[in-house]
Design a protein around this ligand. Sequence first.
Ligand SMILES: NC(=O)c1ccc[n+]([C@@H]2O[C@H](COP(=O)([O-])OP(=O)(O)OC[C@H]3O[C@@H](n4cnc5c(N)ncnc54)[C@H](OP(=O)(O)O)[C@@H]3O)[C@@H](O)[C@H]2O)c1
Length: 281
Amino acid sequence: MTDSEILIVGAKGKTGSRVQARLTQAGIPTRGVSRSSTPSFDWTKPESWPAALEGVRAAYLTYHPDLSVPEAEGHIRKFCEMASDAGVEHVVLLSGRNEAGAQRAEQVLRKSGLEWNVVQASWFAQNFSEDFMVDSVLAGELVIPEGTAGEPFVDIDDIADVVVASILEPGLRNRLYEVTGPRVMSFADCMAEISKAAGYDVKLVELPLEGYIDALREQEVPDYLVALLPGLFADLFDGRSAYTAQGVREALGRPATPFSQYAQKALASGAWNRNAAGRVA
Ligand SMILES: NC(=O)c1ccc[n+]([C@@H]2O[C@H](COP(=O)([O-])OP(=O)(O)OC[C@H]3O[C@@H](n4cnc5c(N)ncnc54)[C@H](OP(=O)(O)O)[C@@H]3O)[C@@H](O)[C@H]2O)c1
C-alpha cells in the first residue's frame, strides 16, 4: 500500500461517503469527487476525468444516475482507458443485480486489463431513509407498482465494508461480490419493520404502473427517477431477484446485516423523525 490517494467517484453519495469515512478512519488518503468537488468530476464530461485521476492508485466508482442506463457502458469503457493511461492499478465498481446494462458495464471493467472488483448489490435498504422513498415513509404511505416481488434489501454499511476490504486486501481482487441482505422481504414486510421502528404506521399502496408514475410526479420525485424507476421495477421486481447471495460473507467472513438492525440505525439517525426541523408532524 503506497500513500497515493484512492479516488472515490460520488463521494457525497450514499455509499461513497461511507467508503471515504472508512478509508479516512484507516489512515488511507482519499480523493472524493463529483460535480460539486474541486477538481470536479462529471460522468457526462469525460474532459473532467483526467484531473481527478492524476496520481491515484485505485478508484471506487458509483455511476449516476444508475449503471443500467445505456450510456454507462461507454462511460465505463472510456474511464477504464483513461485510468490505465493514468497508471491506476485497481478499480472497484458498484453495480446492480440482474440489470443487463449494468452487466455490460461490468464486463468492460473485467476485460480492461485493470485489477478489478464488482460489488453487485441488491436494492439498498437506505433507499427508505436516505433517498427517494424517505419522504413517503415520513408521509406514512409508500406507493409501488402492483405485482412487485420481494427483494433481499442490503444495508449499504455492508456494501461499504465490502468495497473497503476489496481495496485494502489484495487477496480479494479480481472477484465479483454479489451482496444482499440476509433474507428476501416484500415491500409490505419492510413497511411493517419500519412502522415498528419509527413508531407510526407506514402503509403500502400498490397501483397499476400508470398510477405509480402519476404518484411519483405528484410526490415531485426528480424527472430522471420518474424515467428510471418504472423500468427498474419492471426488470428487477418480477421475482428474478428474489434470492439471497453470500457476497458479504465471502468478502468479510461475517453475515449480512438484518433489516431490523438497519431500521434501528435509520431511526437513530433521525431519518424518520417527523418532528425534525422543516418536516410536518
Ligand atoms: N439504490 C439502489 O438500490 C441501488 C442498488 C444497486 C446498485 N445501485 C447503484 O448505485 C450507484 C449509485 O451509488 P450511490 O447510491 O452510492 O450514489 P448516490 O447516493 O446516488 O450519490 C451520487 C452522487 O453522485 C453525484 N453525481 C450526480 N450526478 C453526477 C454526475 N453526472 N457525475 C458525477 N457525479 C454525479 C452527486 O454529487 P454531486 O451533486 O456533487 O455531483 C451525488 O452525491 C448507481 O450506479 C446504481 O446503479 C443502486
